[in-house]
Design a protein around this ligand. Structure first.
Ligand code: GLN
Length: 240
């Protein structure tokens, strides 16, 4: 793979791998390669150093214990923080969102420091939020409504340094009618799916940040069919 390849870091898939979010790396890689842009995925495993040289980092979901291990590892190996400081793109899902924030309280009542890239704090809700979610993305992002599924106990309150990714139309998300958080090129959501498979416009938003311009359109019938099916599922599966 040449120097011009987009370098994607899949962060701790061995620890944050419960909800198939690793598929987000596959989606980004394929969407680049289909456009004849070389791409390389580097898996960063627990216990290994975290490179700061990559273009885009992906953090997936995981249960509280795994997530706490991940937080300790990523704070003591601050490659993502260094990369973000020079403008690398960072994308987190659920535990990934909570980890990228200032801190999170687990269901066991222990607070862990996060990476401090998003201005947000998480604490346990009263019951687990499980099911399909629909999110109207913030208008400035230029992304169509987002679909995904959620499975989390933690609820997240944003501070002034982050804005929500969007407004929840069905489901729970952050727990206050919003979902996710965005600060600069660090973006996170509660949506699994993998969310970038269900929402190609979100995948292309991240790729556009890396490439410096929106990538060329990539119409794919099977992706449109999946989107339509998932939108029907979320609309049919929720009480009015
Ligand atoms: N452990 C976190 C919670 O329950 C995140 C779960 C997840 O990543 N799906 O809130």
């Amino acid at each position: 793979m040449g120097d011009s390849a987009v370098r994607i870091g899949l962060v701790l898939p061995d620890v944050l791998g419960t909800y198939s979010d690793s598929g987000n790396a596959t989606v980004l890689c394929r969407r680049l390669v289909w456009r004849e842009i070389p791409a390389a995925v580097t898996e960063i495993h627990y216990g290994e150093p975290v490179p700061s040289s990559l273009d885009l980092y992906l953090l997936g979901g995981g249960e509280d214990e795994a997530q706490s291990l991940a937080a300790d590892h990523l704070r003591s190996h601050p490659g993502i923080q260094r990369a973000a400081a020079r403008g690398a793109v960072v994308f987190g899902v659920c535990a990934g969102l909570q980890l990228l924030s200032t801190g999170f309280l687990t269901s066991g009542g222990v607070r862990h420091e996060g990476l401090g890239l998003l201005d947000a704090e998480t604490s346990p809700g009263k019951r687990r939020a499980v099911g399909e979610v629909l999110v109207q993305a913030a208008s400035g992002l230029g992304v169509e409504p987002l679909t995904g599924f959620e499975n989390h106990l933690g609820l997240t309150a944003l501070g002034e340094g982050s804005r929500p990714l969007g407004r929840v139309l069905a489901g729970t998300g952050n727990g206050d009618g919003t979902d996710g958080a965005v600060t600069g090129r660090v973006l996170a959501t509660y949506l699994h799916g993998p969310v970038l498979a269900r929402n190609p416009a979100l995948a292309d938003l991240l790729l556009g940040w890396v490439l410096g311009a929106p990538p060329a359109a990539l119409p794919l019938d099977e992706v449109s069919t999946l989107r339509a099916e998932r939108l029907r599922a979320v609309k049919g599966g929720h009480r009015a």
